[in-house]
Design a protein around this ligand. Structure first.
Ligand SMILES: [Zn+2]
Length: 362
């Protein structure tokens, strides 16, 4: 298996690779077609769910790609690679695997991180009965952060606003403000949405159906953008100090999971994560796992997130300019560098194996 057998160049091809690999591995597939959106060239968008191993087992793994749209090229490759390899054949008889492909298919297909409503799906899983979490510093920064033209001067203006904020509050506070999530500005960064997204509601159906018999769940949500180039970075959201957190440390190494600092900063107080949503859907059943990122451009991803938001607001942009900027974004979320793709695929397969070994022994 070569890395390019697993990596696709667009969403429709990634979907085909996933469905073909699932069929070849003897998996059962259920596809949830998006009710009203398509790919840019008119193909369907879907969340595809492949089940392998023992569907009735009390131990189930839930591995998700494409929560952040365009970041899905990497997670999709790991899922495809696992199915093309000997992963399914090596599953113990009392373990099942549920692979969710393209949780945010709109973003995946349209080369953006957010959903059809410009919602950051990984901030959308808040408790809707309560008031949306506040992000007061974001309110003071929103207007200054919104880039009006993709020029060096405009980027410098936004950078200066962030630098002024850092002078007053520190870089950890800036990172927290930018990353934790906000629920008031649809045209802003990390917007968690007014309502539950279609992807959110569909994932609840998947969890309630595919994990109905699960007592113990291993969870990975694959992302890119945090960590050293080509290396995995763990964001475990089990309660620090709890037995489940310790279990995640046992699976992947305490030094990788415990006390790690994204971009060298304090971890933001993220709200509305998929991790939290799945925990809620599972009720009192136990889930252990993490968001696993693969590093690309480090803190320079801030500029790419800004570019993503700017491109979303443009219509009638010169095609040559759009293509060039979109290629830059693709290279930021999933580098074209073959070595990055080989390294992250190999790491992803190893981390998948470690989770499954841990789940089998749980
Ligand atoms: Zn992400």
């Amino acid at each position: 298996m070569e890395y390019y057998d697993c990596y696709a160049s667009d969403y429709t091809r990634a979907r085909a690779k996933f469905l073909n690999a699932a069929a070849a591995a003897g998996g059962t597939v259920q596809s949830f077609i998006h009710p009203d959106k398509q790919t840019p060239d008119g193909h369907p968008l879907a969340i595809d769910v492949a089940r392998l191993g023992n569907a009735k087992a009390s131990r189930q793994a839930l591995f998700i790609s494409g929560t952040h749209g365009q970041e899905g090229f990497s997670g999709s490759a790991v899922q495809v690679g696992w199915m093309l390899g000997d992963g399914p054949a090596r599953l113990p008889s009392d373990v099942g695997v549920v692979l969710v492909h393209g949780l945010n298919p709109y973003g995946f297909a349209h080369f953006t991180r957010t959903t059809e409503n410009n919602v950051d799906l990984n901030r959308n899983f808040i408790e809707r009965a309560a008031a949306a979490p506040a992000n007061p510093h974001y309110e003071s920064l929103h207007d200054a952060l919104k880039i009006r033209h993709w020029t060096d001067a405009e980027n410098a203006r936004v950078d200066a606003a962030m630098a002024a904020f850092t002078d007053r509050h520190g870089r950890d506070a800036l990172f927290d403000t930018l990353a934790r999530g906000q629920y008031l500005h649809q045209d802003g960064l990390m917007y968690g949405g007014k309502d539950r997204e279609w992807s959110n509601r569909t994932l609840e159906i998947v969890v309630k159906d595919a994990l109905v018999d699960a007592e113990k769940v291993a969870f990975i949500d694959w992302h890119t953008g945090i960590g050293e180039y080509g290396r995995p970075f763990f964001l475990c959201f089990n309660e620090p100090g709890s037995a489940l957190f310790q279990r995640a440390c046992d699976w992947w190494g305490k030094e990788n999971v415990d006390g790690v600092r994204p971009h060298g900063m304090e971890r933001p107080n993220y709200t509305g994560l998929v991790f939290h949503g799945v925990q809620r859907f599972l009720g009192n059943r136990q889930m252990c796992g993490a968001v696993i990122e693969f590093g690309t451009r480090g803190v320079n991803m801030r500029r790419v997130l800004r570019l993503d938001q700017w491109l979303r607001r443009q219509s009638g942009l010169d095609a040559d300019l759009r293509n060039g900027l979109q290629a830059d974004m693709m290279d930021a979320f999933c580098p074209f560098d073959g070595q990055w793709r080989k390294d992250t695929l190999a790491a992803g397969l190893k981390l998948t194996d470690q989770a499954l070994t841990g789940l089998a022994a749980w």
